[in-house]
Write a protein that binds this ligand. Structure first.
Ligand code: SUG
Length: 466
């Protein structure tokens, strides 16, 4: 793969005579308390990096560099503020109240302190499920904030993401922001990380409703919510009931496919589907061990997308599932820059150090599944099991919808400059788990986020601003 690609012009693509749904990316900035807490059982990278020193500044700058790269390619790119951390309401629920809360939690409940300071809202693919207006039952763009209720450190993210989405997508002529699903395992929801939208590359057919929606689930309520202990005992994070609810938002239920994650994949570290499958427009690339009854499922998808779907199944021989989890190859972000008539695979830098991953990426280009590839340095996010695709929420939108979004969140040169300066001013270069009890870190974080709401013109969205 080539190291760097062409650059297109920045900004939003021009309007067309008929609506064209372009996939906009929404990325959340890493927060000032970003650390390696080892908080996600079943996410092998999170577990293996526990306790390592982190760099909140690098985490935020690496994420911003990815956003800038995409914006420069002409792909609409929005930047969102992180959830407020420390999460004092979580500490309070455990009885840590008042000025001594951080120190007491550090002494008595260090795991809870790590959970309350996690910057996990940066993995925006988990923020919500998005059903674009092109395929929704009522022509509105629907967003359902994810309850993320499987992992304690993520289970409060909706308290911030729901009002934030409601504010950004307040225009009810175009958007519908729903409440999160009930916070019970029966409705376990990790958002769009387990949702794949496939559409013909020809946007006129897309508008005619040929799009397919695949929802990948880990368990059925009433059945096992944990994959059997002999497979590792890791939690399955997405319920079938949740997928059915999302399917009800779609116009054409015949074009919705429910898929079961293979329990052995979950046991092997595939905690979200986007660790073993990547997609964009009419292209799907999936590891052969990702899904249950994969042969039948792929045959059905191919029937539904006949004439336009490009499916590539990757064998264990090409890249073992364990290596897919280590390199995060399937968490590459696949994009199609306007005017270039090609697909670009934005792969994590870690792939470039793995000969089989490099060979596979080269093969995908040789075969025409993609036009070219690039490597992205996202080491701070990757250390927690968050690759390029985890960092973004895909929101297919037409031009009118993009203009109806509130706030100064679309990345252009000015906003990029403002945000990089802001990160450099407010974020620490290094952070250890011991620093989490430092009250000045909490204060710095508040000051930074307060300033950020002004840069993004979002008003008072944080509890400490009320
Ligand atoms: O939920 N990691 C996140 C990574 C989310 C990746 N997202 C997608 N695959 N779409 C998670 O497991 C680790 C935090 C820590 O260990 O400190 C964490 O939350």
């Amino acid at each position: 793969m080539a190291a760097k690609g062409d650059r297109g012009r920045a900004g939003l693509p021009a309007d067309a005579s008929h609506p064209v749904w372009v996939e906009a990316n929404f990325d959340t900035l890493a927060g000032p308390t970003h650390h390696f807490g080892g908080l996600s059982p079943g996410n092998l990278l999170s577990q293996s990096h526990q306790g390592r020193e982190s760099s909140p500044r690098q985490a935020a700058l690496q994420g911003l560099a990815k956003c800038k790269l995409l914006a420069d390619l002409g792909i609409p790119q929005a930047v969102l503020p992180p959830a407020p951390r420390p999460d004092f309401s979580l500490l309070e629920s455990a009885g840590f109240v008042g000025p001594g809360a951080l120190a007491e939690a550090a002494a008595q409940a260090p795991l809870l302190l790590r959970q309350a300071t996690s910057s996990a809202s940066m993995w925006t693919a988990n923020m919500a499920t998005v059903i674009p207006s092109a395929e929704s039952h009522d022509g509105l763009l629907h967003l359902v904030p994810a309850n993320l209720n499987t992992m304690l450190h993520r289970s409060g993210e909706w308290r911030f993401s729901w009002p934030l989405l409601a504010r950004l997508f307040a225009n009810q002529t175009h958007f519908a922001v729903h409440p999160p699903l009930p916070s019970h395992p029966a409705f376990a929801d990790e958002g769009d990380a387990n949702h794949i939208r496939l559409i013909p590359a020809d946007d006129r057919r897309e508008a005619a409703g040929e799009g397919l929606h695949l929802f990948v689930v880990g368990f059925s309520p009433g059945g096992e919510t944990i994959c059997p202990p002999r497979f590792g005992g890791f939690p399955a994070r997405q319920s079938r009931e949740t997928a059915l609810r999302m399917a009800r938002l779609c116009k054409n239920r015949d074009r919705v496919v429910l898929i079961g994650q293979h329990p052995k994949a979950i046991a092997g570290g595939v905690f979200h589907n986007d660790v073993a499958a990547m997609s964009h427009q009419n292209r799907l690339c999936v590891h052969q061990r990702a899904w249950s009854r994969q042969g039948q499922v792929l045959a059905r998808i191919q029937r539904l997308g006949k004439n336009w779907l490009e499916v590539r199944e990757v064998t264990d021989e090409e890249l073992a599932l364990g290596d897919a989890v280590k390199t995060y190859l399937f968490n590459s972000q696949v994009v199609s820059p306007p005017g270039q008539n090609t697909h670009v695979i934005m792969a994590p830098l870690e792939c470039s150090r793995h000969p089989k991953a490099v060979r596979l990426l080269d093969r995908l280009v040789e075969e025409g599944w993609a036009g070219r590839g690039e490597y992205l340095d996202l080491t701070e996010s990757m250390g927690n099991g968050g690759g390029p695709a985890c960092l973004r929420l895909r929101v297919p939108m037409n031009n009118t919808e993009r203009q109806a979004v509130a706030g100064r969140i679309w990345l252009d040169d000015d906003l990029y400059r403002d945000l990089t300066e802001w990160v450099s001013r407010h974020y620490r270069e290094r952070l250890t788990l011991d620093d989490l009890a430092d009250p000045s870190l909490a204060l710095e974080a508040q000051q930074a986020l307060d300033q950020l709401t002004r840069l993004l013109r979002l008003g008072n969205i944080y509890p400490f601003q009320q």
